[in-house]
Write a protein that binds this ligand. Structure first.
Ligand SMILES: NC(=O)c1ccc[n+]([C@@H]2O[C@H](COP(=O)([O-])OP(=O)(O)OC[C@H]3O[C@@H](n4cnc5c(N)ncnc54)[C@H](O)[C@@H]3O)[C@@H](O)[C@H]2O)c1
Ligand SMILES: [Zn+2]
Length: 342
């Protein structure tokens, strides 16, 4: 059995990411030795059991983005306190990106920060959310508007847990994978699942090691995300994050074309990769209002003034500020609308 061991290289905060079947059983070996208690944060629906080989408790959080809130984090921290957790103890986030974002944030602020280990259980969390130390929750005004950078001590990507993942959640992971495809040109789908996940981790780890706090290159990981976050908010989270990213990638191509940065072949290439290669739906659900999407996009965290996007161009993908609203609206008009039940 092959286990890949990668490193997110951040000096004295560097940490290992293990990718392979059964690696969740190594949890006890990656926990900080100081930790007497282990708080496992997960959801009841996630069929993954962990054995930290020391005193532990399981704390359940709600299912779905509507529970990714400050209230959930407060409840977790109160439960940690009631249990008597100290700053030497450790939080383990066991779940999809929603769980690792919430558990990571609770770990970042409980006692001003305790160690965190992630056991991501969705494809999306393995290739993206659990890596790189961005943690946080949503506000009604927007996605991930409150949070902290808080690197975990280790990440265990156990391939065995993917067996129970729904088709829909697998597709969500493929949305982020398509993003890496455009950032690197890698033909990820040619690789077996373990190698593919390990390669995505390696890409993300490289970018994070370069630019931990998103002063520059890390922003490229938001490719496709300006519209994606708006779609999640305006649809009331009927669209899942990865589904929205798939749409956002094709939209970003139309917008880049609108601004004269890429030609129609390159737009078609985006559509081809997302729809034909990755098999993802890129239609915007009927009934989502362009004006509302535009307002939501202008609240994006990347924005200083006006609209900001990550866009393809002659020298590759780049952050573009002050995109005219008219171009953003025109590009929305290039997208297919459909009532496909989502
Ligand atoms: N921090 C980051 O850098 C980062 C990056 C990308 C995405 N995110 C965040 O990640 C979230 C999306 O993550 P997600 O797509 O994993 O969604 P999710 O965490 O909501 O999980 C999706 C569903 O899968 C279920 N599930 C999880 N593991 C399972 C398993 N092994 N078997 C069966 N069901 C399982 C969950 O209960 C849930 O219903 C969003 O909140 C997004 O903002 C964060
Ligand atoms: Zn994402």
């Amino acid at each position: 059995v092959t286990v890949s061991e990668l490193t997110v290289d951040l000096g004295d905060r560097s940490y290992p990411v293990l990718v392979g079947p059964g690696v969740r059983d190594r949890l006890a070996t990656v926990l900080p030795t100081s930790a007497a208690r282990v708080a496992i944060v997960t959801q009841p629906e996630i069929p993954v059991r962990l054995d930290p080989h020391r005193e532990h408790r399981v704390f359940h959080i709600g299912q779905g983005e509507q529970w990714k809130t400050l209230a959930t984090v407060e409840e977790l921290c109160r439960s940690f306190a009631a249990w008597g957790m100290t700053r030497d103890d450790v939080v383990v986030g066991c779940g999809g990106g929603m769980v690792t974002d919430v558990a990571g944030f609770a770990g970042a602020i409980y006692h001003r920060g305790v160690r965190v280990v992630h056991v991501p259980t969705t494809l999306l969390a393995m290739v993206d959310a659990a890596i790189g130390g961005k943690t946080g929750v949503n506000l009604p005004e927007g996605k991930n508007l409150v949070g902290a950078f808080w690197q975990p001590s280790a990440v265990l990507c156990d391939l065995d847990v993917l067996a129970s993942l729904s088709t829909r959640d697998t597709r969500c992971g493929l949305g982020e994978m398509a993003k890496y495809h455009f950032l690197t040109g890698d033909e990820l789908l040619d690789l077996d699942i373990g190698t593919r996940i390990a390669r995505c981790v390696e890409i993300k780890a490289g970018i994070v090691a370069d630019d931990e706090r998103e002063g520059g290159r890390r922003a490229l990981l938001n490719y496709g995300h300006t519209l994606a976050h708006a779609l999640e908010i305006v649809s009331g989270h009927r669209l899942a994050h990865g589904e929205a990213v798939a749409i956002g990638l094709v939209y970003a191509a139309h917008l880049a074309h609108e601004l004269g940065r890429i030609d129609t072949d390159r737009v078609e290439h985006h559509r081809h990769v997302v729809e034909d290669v990755y098999g993802l739906d890129t239609t915007i659900p009927e009934g989502l209002d362009d004006r509302e999407l535009l307002i939501a996009m202008s609240r994006d965290k990347k924005t200083r003034s006006g609209l900001t996007f990550v866009l393809d161009g002659p020298t590759g993908v780049d952050v573009v500020h002050d995109v005219p609203a008219a171009a953003a609206v025109k590009a929305l008009g290039c997208m297919t609308r459909a009532d496909n039940g989502r």
